[in-house]
Design a protein around this ligand. Structure first.
Ligand code: DUC
Ligand code: ZN
Length: 458
């Protein structure tokens, strides 16, 4: 079937231009002004913006953490993603220490295959490092996984400097890349012990035990390791102005550093943890924690000037009942926020509509840059002849409301409850098929696994 989108403005990384888009089956075949195609079904998008489907390169679906499992699995999480305009998620496959990467990959395929509403790929978590895992790296690339995750915190996941350095070197041999969670584990542990000894066990202790400089310290340490290993790295969920300074310093000395931040670091601040009601505060616990208004300002500026290249969600959802696990011990609150459904409209409404970033910048942050960095460009991340017809139709003039009562995510709160949005995701097309129309699903699970190659973002 052919579709002809007429009358809209097509957004790319360099801005928006009035253009019609002709789709044949799953693929974009032509862009241009006043296109005609008698056999195509016309989709009138007058006054609307057409974005390439958004890519969320940081989700955690069906993940066991803190003796519980994330509220969203691949079925609900990818439906939520689609509703928010995200047509490709890259989730973190996560074997436990002692398990092989092959086992982790098999497990993640079992979780996702046949259940995913949107397309999906995987990063592979390296939370153990030995000769067997080293030998599996080329297998992962052959399986379409050129990106890996490592942790500098969390005892169950972190591997220490020696192994991290060794893994970075090994990945570099294949043109693969690692995204790293940067927080200083030891000092955080000491600060947590002090708070517990003082009897300060509520959510308010969460941000003060993970101060800004402990992210910046870990970023600096990682970047120096990457410098010696002579490899590029990705800093995932960067949250502080101090860490941004470390990134800029590394780039000044010639290093290739990629940076991701998340909507909650741009839009919510640490005052959420100081609310008197446990549940009101605990729902915002994530790591790194929410920061200050000064950090938010620095992050918005870094989006606008290109210092930060991607905005992903770190969607890791837990219900309010699950968040109860940390009543009386803030370290037992399962960490993570849901935003796979709201990221796109938040970036539009709080970013473009408020003049903080341009339409083109939004396209780069949510589509073009993650597609290039994670090796799916130009199949994804752009509307161009030959690319997948993943299309988000955004109505800039409609008003929306973010509320838990209207979300597909399997979670009973919305971090942005009651926020009004300028702009609404009106329709979402996945490889040429209308999958969401005004929030309503039009099909069953249609997502396919997208194997990736090593990427590059200039
Ligand atoms: N931080 C969170 O808050 N949740 C999931 C993993 C992470 O790094
Ligand atoms: Zn994460």
């Amino acid at each position: 079937m052919k579709l002809l989108f007429k009358g809209g403005r097509v957004v790319s990384g360099s801005g928006a231009a009035a253009m019609d888009v002709l789709v044949d089956g799953e693929t974009v075949v032509q862009l241009g002004q006043d296109l005609a195609c008698p056999e195509a079904q016309v989709v009138d998008v007058t006054g609307k913006l057409l974005f390439p489907g958004f890519i969320d390169a940081h989700t955690h679906f069906d993940l066991d953490v803190c003796n519980t499992t994330t509220a969203d699995d691949f079925a609900t999480g990818t439906k939520a993603a689609l509703r928010g305009g995200t047509t490709l998620v890259i989730d973190f496959a996560c074997p436990n220490k002692g398990e092989t990467l092959a086992y982790g990959l098999k497990l993640w395929h079992e979780k996702a295959d046949g259940k995913s509403a949107c397309d999906y790929g995987f990063h592979m978590t390296i939370d153990d490092w030995n000769e067997q895992i080293r030998a599996e790296i080329p297998d992962m690339l052959a399986a379409g996984i050129p990106s890996f995750k490592m942790y500098m915190t969390y005892p169950a996941m972190m591997i220490g400097d020696r192994d991290m350095f060794s893994a970075l070197q090994e990945l570099g041999k294949y043109g693969a890349i690692a995204g790293v969670h940067c927080e200083n584990a030891g000092v955080i542990d000491a600060l947590i012990a002090q708070k517990k000894a003082a009897g300060e066990t509520g959510p308010a202790s969460h941000p003060v035990t993970r101060p800004n400089v402990l992210e910046a310290e870990a970023v600096a340490s990682l970047l120096r390791m990457a410098q010696v290993a002579d490899v590029p790295v990705v800093i995932v969920h960067l949250s502080t102005k101090e860490a941004l300074a470390e990134v800029r310093a590394a780039r000044e000395r010639g290093q290739r550093v990629y940076v991701e931040t998340c909507p909650h670091y741009l839009l919510l601040d640490e005052s959420r943890y100081f609310q008197p009601d446990y549940s009101d505060a605990a729902r915002y616990v994530c790591a790194p924690p929410l920061r200050t208004a000064a950090d938010q300002d620095a992050l918005w500026a870094a989006l606008a000037d290109g210092t930060v290249q991607t905005v992903a969600t770190d969607h890791c959802s837990f219900t309010l009942a699950q968040k109860e696990a940390g009543r009386g011990d803030f370290t037992k609150i399962p960490g993570g926020l849901p935003s796979v459904e709201s990221r796109g409209i938040l970036l539009w409404s709080e970013g473009v509509a408020k003049g903080r970033i341009t339409e083109g910048r939004m396209c780069r942050l949510l589509a073009e840059n993650p597609a290039k960095l994670y090796g799916v460009w130009p199949r994804k991340g752009v509307l161009a002849p030959g690319s997948d017809a993943d299309i988000v139709v955004l109505d800039p003039n409609a008003k929306g409301l973010l509320t838990a009562a209207d979300q597909a995510a399997n979670v009973d709160y919305c971090p942005y409850e009651g926020w009004e949005t300028s702009g609404v995701m009106e329709q979402v097309y996945l490889r040429g098929q209308l999958v969401v129309d005004h929030g309503a699903f039009q099909t069953g699970p249609q997502g396919v696994y997208i194997p990736r190659k090593p990427g590059k973002l200039d």
